[in-house]
Design a protein around this ligand. Structure first.
Ligand SMILES: NC(=O)c1ccc[n+]([C@@H]2O[C@H](COP(=O)([O-])OP(=O)(O)OC[C@H]3O[C@@H](n4cnc5c(N)ncnc54)[C@H](OP(=O)(O)O)[C@@H]3O)[C@@H](O)[C@H]2O)c1
Length: 244
């Protein structure tokens, strides 16, 4: 897909990995729809940065735990920007909890945000892509969706589900829309991680280094502009963490 003048909705795009993904689409001439929940100031900064470089962007708010807000946001993007050609599901929660402390609410937050929201975003945006005759959806997963981390049980299961959702949506939205997943290894440590935690993450990879948000953005772009023939695929961008 030629990304020029295409509308790209990136969730969780005010900060960190989602922000870099949104910027990389803007650099290709796409119109960025920057989704945020609490990072309003950061989302406005992203819009400002893109516009200052001659690009086009708008920010949109939704709490992705609420399907009604997802539906309202997709309608707002369509009303404002006319269409959605690409959806990147990057927003996620990632909370450490030993098994003994996992609650029903932990399950709900992880599944609602990391699995149910990508489904409803894909449903509302994907049905409209179908009408357009073309579209791309990229889900941002985790190598731990294949081999689970300890102490992140609802999170890892949500990311296992996301790989299954990618395949199921690829079938449901074929042939017009291609749906793929980029499963990450360590690219950006959570803000609260200490240097010892980061050293451990690096040691766990085959590449002996962290990836970067730019590595992720390039993989997402590959699925959107590099090929129309991949669908239902999960690409590991994990520094070899899965097989280490
Ligand atoms: N960072 C890594 O090394 C790494 C490794 C493996 C996989 N991944 C995956 O890569 C993706 C991006 O990673 P990241 O580290 O940039 O993510 P992150 O910082 O943990 O979260 C990204 C954004 O998700 C949004 N979010 C969380 N709950 C939400 C809700 N209920 N409604 C709406 N938005 C919500 C937040 O937006 P607001 O700030 O606006 O509230 C947050 O800024 C995620 O899917 C993650 O699982 C990342």
């Amino acid at each position: 897909m030629d990304l020029r003048d295409k509308v790209v909705l990136v969730t969780g795009a005010g900060r960190r990995v989602g922000r870099t993904i949104a910027g990389s689409f803007a650099a290709r001439g796409a119109i960025s729809a920057i989704h945020y929940r609490s990072s309003q100031r950061e989302a406005q900064e992203v819009v400002g940065e893109i516009v200052s470089k001659g690009g086009r962007a708008r920010s949109f708010h939704a709490d992705l735990e609420k399907v009604s807000e997802i539906e309202a946001m997709v309608s707002e993007v369509l009303a404002t920007l006319g269409h959605i050609d690409v959806l990147v599901n990057s927003a996620s929660v990632f909370t450490r909890k030993p098994l003994e402390e996992v609650t029903e609410r932990d399950w709900d937050v992880n599944l609602n945000t990391n699995l149910k929201a990508p489904f409803f975003l894909a449903k509302f945006a994907g049905l409209q892509m179908r009408k357009l005759g073309a579209g791309k959806i990229v889900n941002i997963g985790d190598w731990a969706g294949i081999r689970p981390y300890n102490n992140y049980l609802p999170y890892t299961v949500s990311k296992t589900g996301l790989i299954g959702l990618t395949r199921a949506l690829a079938k449901a939205l074929a042939p017009e829309v291609q749906v793929n997943c980029v499963a990450l290894g360590p690219v950006l440590a959570p803000d609260e991680y200490r240097s010892e935690d980061i050293a451990k993450m690096v040691a766990g990879t085959l590449t002996k280094k962290m990836g970067s948000p730019e590595d992720v953005a390039r993989a997402v772009l590959f699925f959107c502009e590099g090929t129309d023939f991949a669908t239902g695929a999960t690409l590991l961008v994990d520094g070899g963490r899965l097989i280490a």
